[in-house]
Design a protein around this ligand. Structure first.
Ligand SMILES: *[C@@H]1O[C@H](CO)[C@@H](O)[C@H](O)[C@H]1NC(C)=O
Ligand SMILES: *[C@@H]1O[C@H](CO)[C@@H](O)[C@H](O)[C@H]1NC(C)=O
Ligand SMILES: *[C@@H]1O[C@H](CO)[C@@H](O)[C@H](O)[C@H]1NC(C)=O
Length: 413
């Protein structure tokens, strides 16, 4: 590790955690090379290895669903848990990040979140949130779900270094990214989730700062204003950052978002479009119910992803009881843009909010960082390009991995 990295490191710590941690011994910092994006729908771990960052594969995948399956005898984490979601919806916990560290008795948004979740959410008696899971008498805390997901990533990161693991190597510290909007209770619950997963030191870094770091924007040679647009599967977060050269820190000038807007909304809108405009799809849905609806959403989601690299895409939708008959459907970029136009417009509102709050014009933004899986959509890129100008857009890093990569880099990789 080079020494400039160490300097940068302590300054980032100062920005994020306040002056208390600003004087950190380089050897401790040097050890913090694991970064985790503990996401609402999926999580990612990245490791800084000999000066460059590698994403940790978990069962061959770069991303792990933030999902836990629990019954009285079995606990499963990640993709094996997610696979049981349709069969055991009440035992399969997802979206726990929406609830972690929240206070049931004072947080009005809990009610709203609760309606969109299949499992029971209740008050433990003092305001801390419990999830009701059949077979688990004491209930499950959202923090526990975080712990399980973090343990899987920790184990995978350690297993990816077999030579060191042979000598009993364990990751002791980690940088976990959190949304800017997380309050102290949510941050503290995230830290506790990490400690329970076996980390001795858990550092917290704001997600948009991690995103900006992953694009190397902290190396800039002049002060700059960065807008981070993070659109995932179910949430949109927008933040405005300022890189201060003197201190080499990112300051958060404002943030906004839409907690229920993301890729899944595009999928639902596209599924509704095909149901309304294709008689054959309409009757298949009428006959096939929920299973058929799920198939259609899956098919349009895959078609949507294909449109990131091709202007139009033809795909087949399995219909009938066994799914052996196929309907040929096609989707092009123009149709996607039209069908999703109101969702796209909605996605701009947080962008207007942060600019207005900071009394800034689009021209004042030097860089736009696009992360989150939905940033792959050409329609989203075009929309931001029209508003800010194409040349300021940054989207080369894999948008699903950027926050984990930036978290691993943040302490001087
Ligand atoms: C718990 O889930 C596992 C995996 O689906 C299953 O094999 C087991 O029978 C379940 N246990 C109970 C008590 O339902
Ligand atoms: C609330 O109760 C739970 C157990 O029901 C306990 O673990 C937790 O520490 C309590 N929190 C506070 C703030 O009292
Ligand atoms: C939730 O808020 C209430 C009222 O402010 C407070 O008494 C309680 O301790 C809080 N619970 C937790 C778990 O923080």
């Amino acid at each position: 590790m080079d020494t400039s990295g160490c300097v940068l490191t302590s300054l980032f710590v100062a920005a994020v955690l306040g002056p208390v941690l600003a004087v950190i011994a380089p050897e401790i910092v040097g050890e913090t090379m694991l970064g985790i994006d503990l996401g609402t729908t999926f999580s990612v771990a990245a490791v800084c290895h000999r000066g460059h960052v590698e994403v940790v594969p978990v069962f061959g995948q770069n991303t792990v669903p933030s999902v836990v399956f629990m019954n009285s005898t079995t606990t499963l984490i990640g993709s094996s848990a997610a696979a049981l979601r349709t069969h055991f919806p009440k035992n399969t916990i997802f979206d726990a990040k929406r609830l972690i560290g929240r206070n049931y008795s004072t947080d009005e948004l809990i009610q709203e979140e609760q309606e969109s979740l299949p499992f029971k959410v209740f008050d433990s008696g003092n305001g801390s949130v419990l999830l009701g899971v059949p077979g688990i008498a004491e209930g499950v805390t959202p923090q526990r779900v975080g712990t399980l997901v973090l343990s899987q990533l920790k184990a995978a990161a350690e297993a990816a270094q077999p030579w060191r693991q042979f000598f009993g190597f364990r990751y002791k510290s980690v940088t976990i990214s959190v949304p800017v909007a997380f309050d102290n209770a949510q941050r503290s619950a995230t830290v506790k989730a990490g400690e329970a997963a076996g980390f001795r030191m858990v550092r917290i870094l704001e997600e948009p700062i991690a995103a900006a770091i992953s694009f190397g924007l902290h190396h800039g040679t002049r002060e700059r204003t960065v807008l981070v647009f993070d659109m995932g599967g179910g949430t949109l977060d927008v933040a405005l950052l300022r890189l201060e050269l003197r201190t080499r820190t990112f300051l958060i000038m404002g943030s906004s978002g839409d907690p229920h807007l993301g890729g899944e909304d595009f999928d639902r809108a596209l599924a509704a479009h095909f149901t309304e405009t294709h008689d054959a799809v309409h009757s298949a849905i009428g006959a096939g119910g929920d299973v058929m609806k799920a198939r259609l959403v899956k098919a349009v989601e895959m078609a949507k992803q294909r449109l990131a690299t091709t202007p139009d895409h033809t795909f087949s939708l399995p219909v009938g009881k066994e799914g052996t008959d196929k309907l040929q459907l096609s989707l092009d970029r123009g149709t996607l843009k039209e069908v999703c136009s109101s969702l796209l417009e909605r996605a701009m509102n947080p962008v207007y909010d942060v600019l207005m709050e900071a009394l800034m014009e689009p021209d004042d933004v030097d860089d736009v960082v696009m992360v989150g899986g939905s940033s792959r959509l050409v329609a989203v890129r075009e929309m931001l390009g029209e508003f800010f100008g194409d040349k300021v857009l940054n989207y080369e890093t894999d948008p699903d991995l950027a926050i984990a990569v930036g978290s691993a880099m943040s302490f001087g990789c």
